[in-house]
Design a protein around this ligand. Structure first.
Ligand SMILES: Nc1ncnc2c1ncn2[C@@H]1O[C@H](COP(=O)(O)OP(=O)(O)O)[C@@H](O)[C@H]1O
Ligand SMILES: [Mg+2]
Length: 237
């Protein structure tokens, strides 16, 4: 049964979707079956980042609202044979309950090793809906104080969910500024937030067209931190 990992942040624009997509790609490259699920129904963009926006017939809201079967809403990402996108292409005018989303995820979970859940920013309904569908959480922040303050609030709220661990990803790291002492080191961010640092992702000028880029090393580290010894052993065999 798939591990369900929610990617949250508090503040918007700090890189949740970027981290979700790059992590999903990395796990798929390692051979895991991954579904990247866009639970950011308002500002959805997983399909664009993965370059599958023209391939969708149905989306997650069609599945949630019963217009199609959950697996009909899965889009295979052409470049990666084991990567699927459960994207969200429209805004629903209706209330979407966490239970309805969970049922859709339950129905696809047996086909996958990982469900990566891209969450909306903020600490409102959409964030709770995404968190309540997960069993593990990643928290993304930048080294900026405003993002860290929001991350700290989210970390506090996530305690209610009793995830075994909330792993930190520090994004948009500028080594030059860290060296000059103009911004915090990712380790200082982690110690201020009292969270384990799983990866530090550099800010890159050059983003590939579909957004999955050469921040490869950071995402290798992140995948490596998330995978248990048994899972790695299973792939080596
Ligand atoms: N490490 C990075 N280097 C350069 N640009 C990045 C990086 N991470 C995110 N971005 C860019 O920042 C913007 C916001 O990122 P996104 O992942 O959409 O944030 P969120 O999902 O948290 O709102 C996007 O344009 C994205 O391409
Ligand atoms: Mg996003």
């Amino acid at each position: 049964m798939a591990r369900r990992i929610v990617v949250t942040s508090g503040k918007g624009g700090v890189g949740k979707t970027t981290v979700s997509c790059n992590l999903a790609v990395r796990l798929a490259v390692l051979g895991y079956r991954v579904a990247l699920c866009d639970l950011d129904f308002g500002l959805n963009n997983v399909d664009v980042v993965l370059g599958v926006e023209n391939l969708a017939v149905y989306d997650i809201l069609d599945a949630v609202e019963g217009r199609c079967r959950p697996r009909q809403a899965l889009i295979r990402v052409p470049e990666y044979p084991t990567l699927y996108s459960l994207s969200s292409n429209r805004v629903s005018g209706r209330y979407i309950s966490p239970q309805a989303v969970r049922l859709v995820l339950d129905s696809i979970a047996p086909q996958f090793d990982f469900l990566i859940l891209d969450s909306p920013a903020g600490i409102e309904e959409g964030f709770h809906r995404a968190a309540s569908c997960a069993e593990e959480a990643l928290l993304v922040t930048t080294p900026q104080l405003s993002a860290m303050r929001d991350a700290d609030r989210v970390a506090g709220i996530l305690k209610c969910y009793r995830f075994p661990r909330v792993g930190l990803v520090v994004n948009l790291v500028r080594r030059d500024l860290v060296r000059k002492g103009e911004t915090l080191h990712p380790k200082e961010v982690a110690s201020a937030l009292r969270l384990p640092l799983l990866a530090a992702v550099p800010e890159e000028d050059k983003l590939l067209l579909n957004g999955v880029s050469a921040r490869v090393r950071a995402f290798r580290t992140l995948a490596d931190e998330l995978l248990s010894e048994e899972e790695k052993e299973g792939k080596r065999r």
